[in-house]
Design a binder for this molecule. Structure first.
Ligand SMILES: [Zn+2]
Ligand SMILES: [Zn+2]
Length: 455
């Protein structure tokens, strides 16, 4: 007697389908969730698996993948109460054989059993191959350089209007820093580059303010079963990382939920301040910004990259708070100095520093306590930390191209007046920086693709 495994959390539907099979002389085993279903499939080896698409915790797609990675034999039928083509495609990509709308009838089941397996149905391997097209090198590319909210339009076309997203490639390994609206374009570029090959990448989040995660629902690689995305970040201020990322994709805001995305997405909350991503050692530090917000320093074989997209100088905020609660300004200054020296230590000798420089000094006076940087304090921090190259970043939505040009000029003037050495640039969408490889010796910054070279 053939055996079917039914994986369905809706008990009524499960019993109904079990009855259909029993009437046609099948042995039936049942599981209420994906984890139990995978266990039973691997131990009982049924000849057919019928699985719901939207199971709690482990989705039907993950069930397909887990079974198919180990077993070639059972035919897998996935059922769902929705009709999107993207779901049907995802099921096939995950190793499923058929996709049916509920309710499942015996006619559909019998047809599926009779149909021979698709010859093309080979699981795409999960391991990403190392990229051959890139020479051994470390490269940074800016996909979003803005803070707070995307501001596309004619006045921001030079530096770009997308919110925070930076790609770092180290010998073909991909690390993405933050998932602001810039990650959408990055996703399109990655899919074009990899084609049918799987993409393996790590997304490192500094914090969950919306300008740093809002692009994730539009990140194309997450919609392809061939890809694996590891998301790393610290716990949010009021909820866990996974909860926050899922929340922005809940029904009132977005039509596709995070758990239904066909790509394998693993969200891991960081607990330590030092860890590794592939061969890159990463050091983290919490910054002066509302909520839980980390800065990262990536130690690549070609030099270190410090990324602090949201950060406010310590002293003005301390003084403001001191004035409010009666602390002596002396004490406030001393406390701020201690914190600042720890930050200098963290940044010491960075090859690249990408840092929140949202406001001019004048504007910052009106914005103390908003959690963002002020130009001259950013420059002096970089000088004191002996950084080699500074990128002004997280541009204010109110700053048009002209204003950012002026801020850049001012920053360079400050460096000149200091008599010390520091290269300064304003981060610009599409700009690439090579820490090694064919472009590094010629010019550290290569602007793409519109030829609006500024340096
Ligand atoms: Zn921000
Ligand atoms: Zn923020």
């Amino acid at each position: 007697m053939p055996t079917v495994l039914l994986i369905e959390d809706d008990e009524e539907n499960r019993k109904r389908i079990a009855l259909l099979f029993a009437r046609h002389d099948w042995d039936v085993i049942e599981a209420e969730d994906g984890a139990a279903g995978i266990d039973l499939a691997l131990t009982q080896r049924p000849s057919l698996v019928v699985c719901d698409l939207l199971l709690p915790r482990i989705s039907g797609l993950q069930v397909c993948r887990a079974i198919r990675e180990k077993l070639a034999l059972p035919k897998i039928i996935v059922m769902a109460s929705r009709v999107y083509d993207i779901d049907r495609k995802a099921v096939v990509e995950a190793g499923g054989d058929d996709y049916f709308l509920k309710p499942l009838t015996w006619k559909k089941i019998a047809g599926a059993i009779k149909r021979p397996r698709r010859p093309t149905q080979k699981l795409i391997p999960r391991q990403s191959r190392a990229l051959k097209v890139h020479p051994p090198s470390t490269r940074i590319k800016f996909w979003g350089v803005r803070g707070s909210i995307p501001v596309p339009g004619p006045s921001t076309i030079g530096y770009g209007g997308n919110t925070t997203c930076v790609e770092v490639r180290i010998d073909g390994d991909i690390i993405i820093l933050d998932a602001g609206s810039g990650i959408r374009e990055l996703g399109l570029a990655l899919e074009q580059e990899f084609g049918a090959a799987p993409i393996n990448l790590t997304l490192l989040l500094t914090h969950t303010h919306w300008d740093h995660i809002q692009g994730l629902p539009f990140f194309l690689p997450a919609y392809k079963a061939k890809n694996s995305i590891r998301v790393l970040g610290y716990e949010g201020a009021r909820a866990g990382l996974a909860t926050i990322l899922a929340a922005q994709m809940e029904v009132p805001f977005f039509p596709v939920s995070l758990r239904d995305l066909p790509g394998t997405i693993k969200i891991q909350e960081l607990k330590r301040m030092e860890f590794s991503v592939g061969k890159v050692r990463v050091r983290a530090r919490f910054l002066n910004h509302p909520g839980v917000c980390a800065g990262y320093r990536l130690f690549t074989p070609d030099g270190s990259i410090s990324f602090l997209p949201d950060n406010e100088p310590f002293e003005p905020l301390k003084l403001k708070l001191a004035a409010r609660d009666g602390t002596h300004p002396h004490r406030a200054r001393a406390q701020a100095a201690v914190q600042r020296s720890k930050l200098v230590e963290f940044l010491k000798d960075s090859d690249i520093l990408i840092i929140d420089s949202q406001y001019t000094d004048e504007k910052y006076q009106e914005r103390i306590g908003w959690g963002h940087g002020a130009l001259s304090r950013v420059v002096s921090l970089a000088l004191e930390s002996k950084v080699k190259k500074l990128f002004l970043f997280h541009h204010d939505p109110m700053s048009d191209d002209h204003k950012i040009d002026k801020m850049l000029e001012r920053a360079r003037l400050m460096v000149l007046e200091s008599g010390r050495k520091l290269e300064v640039e304003a981060a610009r969408e599409g700009a690439e920086i090579w820490l090694s490889g064919p472009f590094a010796s010629r010019s550290v910054t290569r602007h793409l693709p519109d030829g609006q070279r500024r340096s």
